[in-house]
Design a protein around this ligand. Structure first.
Ligand SMILES: *[C@@H]1O[C@H](CO)[C@@H](O)[C@H](O)[C@H]1NC(C)=O
Ligand SMILES: *[C@@H]1O[C@H](CO)[C@@H](O)[C@H](O)[C@H]1NC(C)=O
Ligand SMILES: *[C@@H]1O[C@H](CO)[C@@H](O)[C@H](O)[C@H]1NC(C)=O
Ligand SMILES: *[C@@H]1O[C@H](CO)[C@@H](O)[C@H](O)[C@H]1NC(C)=O
Ligand SMILES: *[C@@H]1O[C@H](CO)[C@@H](O)[C@H](O)[C@H]1NC(C)=O
Ligand SMILES: *[C@@H]1O[C@H](CO)[C@@H](O)[C@H](O)[C@H]1NC(C)=O
Ligand SMILES: *[C@@H]1O[C@H](CO)[C@@H](O)[C@H](O)[C@H]1NC(C)=O
Ligand SMILES: *[C@@H]1O[C@H](CO)[C@@H](O)[C@H](O)[C@H]1NC(C)=O
Ligand SMILES: [Cu+2]
Length: 484
């Protein structure tokens, strides 16, 4: 799984293929390769033996072809966040077809530059650097996953966090780096504010921050102005969590930003301020600043008339162990919880911690306009969640802490310039309201991107029906689609 922050800068003309008619073509060979981190070596699954995987640089509107050869031991699918798959739900990465834990090492950045002849809605950057925050476990990643599924335990803690595949010099056996799986991370660069200009492949109205907080697989575009005195500065990331010390890895990953020129760098480099692991305020004051550009060149299309209201609670509970959930799938996911209780109360009855097990999805008519409120609950002390929907990006129209109030909170919705996202951080004991138009036929997985939560069952699917016209119908499956 990946969390990537990339700065979209510069305009690179890599591709001579604009001169010929052929589409740019890339080859991804997925296979194992030995990698050493933290003094020990293990085989990990990689793309082209690279970890993180290769970066693809494309322009908006390009058609590219990626040939993927699987030389690994598991069946996989490859999927890109932020890229629409119109009418094509066949590369969706559901469980039993792909193993999401393999994302721990099979991930990379796709950088989309503006259409040729157009430019950014912000100052054109001089250089561009993808930064991928990740995690490292010394144990084999599939073993971690299988244990989690069999015993429904907590899983092993990460042994390190990574910036572009390296833990950084605060860890043993690690060199300074020049330049996720399960945790929310704070990230900062010493003495520099960063300007947020995009998230999940959509532009934002710029705003500045001295640190940011990302949920697994969230992507942001930040501009860094190199306006400080020439020196060496650490960039660093550490965990934000609501669990107790000892239940997470409190280590910090680093890389170093080096200015060019003749100077004597401070030793050690200047270290940034990162909030404490449990500073909820710091983790949630980020998302409310996200606003779409919502101007003539970058219009928004937020549904104003809603015909499908959904309210999904997010709770930790007792999952299906050893694939013991009944049935294949059904279409009876309730639109509302059977019981409305004080979701975020300090103490909740133990018996509510045991959920009904099921494999239910929700059917949506083509073009339905959906409002979905995620309400985090405090069952088993609650947790933060990183909700992700395939097939559709959605507008985040509202968010808050504590119980959603159906009478008051909708009055505070941002319907003017809400951000367009595909992965969102629903804070512990908070709620988030999203809107989208179900105009992409297919079966689309929706799940928490914190992988333990997903293994514990925090996921469902939207089954979006075909529309009337041929352009509103699902494409046929690929010929090599595995049978049921
Ligand atoms: C799941 O299966 C494994 C072996 O097949 C067994 O050891 C384990 O106890 C089972 N777990 C549960 C919760 O039934
Ligand atoms: C966190 O990571 C460090 C560095 O790898 C490791 O030494 C430490 O044991 C880990 N802590 C926990 C609680 O797992
Ligand atoms: C970084 O910021 C701190 C406090 O804001 C300041 O004391 C220090 O001189 C700065 N370091 C550099 C190298 O600019
Ligand atoms: C953000 O910081 C940049 C300098 O890095 C500055 O030019 C810009 O005006 C700031 N923007 C806001 C909204 O404060
Ligand atoms: C990190 O955790 C270890 C043990 O779990 C503890 O000894 C250490 O003081 C902690 N470090 C910080 C910075 O909290
Ligand atoms: C964070 O945890 C520390 C102890 O580890 C505690 O002293 C502090 O009050 C906590 N802060 C918040 C905001 O909960
Ligand atoms: C779906 O919505 C689009 C855009 O609003 C509209 O053009 C189309 O006719 C609608 N299709 C159906 C079947 O309602
Ligand atoms: C991969 O998929 C093929 C058919 O689609 C199946 O025969 C094979 O057993 C699968 N392999 C694994 C390791 O799941
Ligand atoms: Cu979750």
């Amino acid at each position: 799984m990946k969390v990537s922050i990339y700065k979209l800068l510069g305009f690179l003309l890599f591709f001579s293929f604009y001169h010929c008619q052929a589409w740019p073509r890339y080859e991804f060979v997925v296979k194992e390769a030995p990698y050493t981190r933290l003094c020990s070596t293990k085989n990990i699954l990689t793309v082209n033996c690279q970890f993180p995987g290769p970066t693809l640089n494309v322009n908006r509107g390009d058609t590219i072809v990626v040939d993927v050869y699987n030389r690994g031991n598991y069946n996989i699918t490859i999927h890109w966040h932020g890229v629409k798959q119109p009418r094509n739900p066949w590369s969706d990465g559901p469980k039993y077809i792909t193993h999401t834990w393999l994302r721990a090492t099979v991930h990379g950045a796709l950088i989309i530059y503006p259409k040729i002849g157009t430019t950014y809605p912000f100052p054109k950057p001089d250089v561009e650097i993808p930064i991928i925050l990740g995690e490292w476990r010394k144990e084999d990643i599939m073993q971690v996953y299988l244990d989690l599924e069999r015993y429904a335990g907590l899983g092993v803690l990460s042994d390190a966090y990574l910036i572009n595949g390296q833990p950084g010099d605060l860890y043993p056996c690690s060199k300074p780096v020049k330049a996720i799986l399960v945790d929310n991370l704070f990230f900062a660069i010493a003495n520099h504010t960063v300007m947020m200009v995009g998230s999940d492949a959509s532009y934002l109205k710029p705003f500045n921050r001295t640190f940011i907080c990302l949920t697994p697989c969230q992507t942001v575009d930040i501009l860094l102005e190199a306006n400080q005195s020439p020196n060496h500065y650490y960039m660093a990331a550490s965990v934000y969590t609501t669990v107790l010390p000892g239940s997470y890895n409190n280590s910090t990953t680093t890389a170093i930003v080096e200015y060019n020129g003749n100077y004597t760098p401070s030793s050690p480099p200047v270290f940034p301020y990162l909030p404490e692991y449990n500073e909820t305020e710091a983790s949630i004051n980020f998302a409310p600043s996200f606003r779409s550009l919502a101007d003539k060149e970058h219009p928004i299309d937020v549904p104003m008339e809603i015909n499908t209201h959904l309210f999904y609670t997010l709770s930790l509970g007792s999952p299906c162990k050893n694939n013991s959930c009944p049935g294949v799938y059904g279409t009876n996911l309730p639109d509302f919880p059977q019981l409305f209780f004080h979701f975020t109360a300090d103490y909740l009855p133990m018996e509510w911690e045991i959920p009904q097990l099921g494999t239910e999805g929700r059917v949506l008519d083509y073009n339905s306009t959906v409002e979905l409120v995620f309400q985090a609950t405090n069952l088993i002390k609650g947790a933060d969640h990183g909700m992700h929907l395939y097939g559709h990006s959605f507008y985040v129209v509202g968010l808050g802490l504590w119980n959603f109030d159906k009478d008051k909170d909708p009055l505070t919705y941002n319907l003017v310039d809400p951000p367009l996202q595909n992965t969102i951080h629903v804070p512990r004991n908070g709620w988030m309201a999203i809107r989208f138009k179900a105009n992409n036929p297919g079966v689309w997985h929706m799940h928490c991107h914190i992988d333990q939560h997903m293994v514990w069952g925090m996921g469902t699917a939207f089954i979006v029906k075909d529309g009337e016209s041929p352009e509103a119908k699902m494409l046929p499956p690929p010929p090599d689609m595995p049978p049921c």
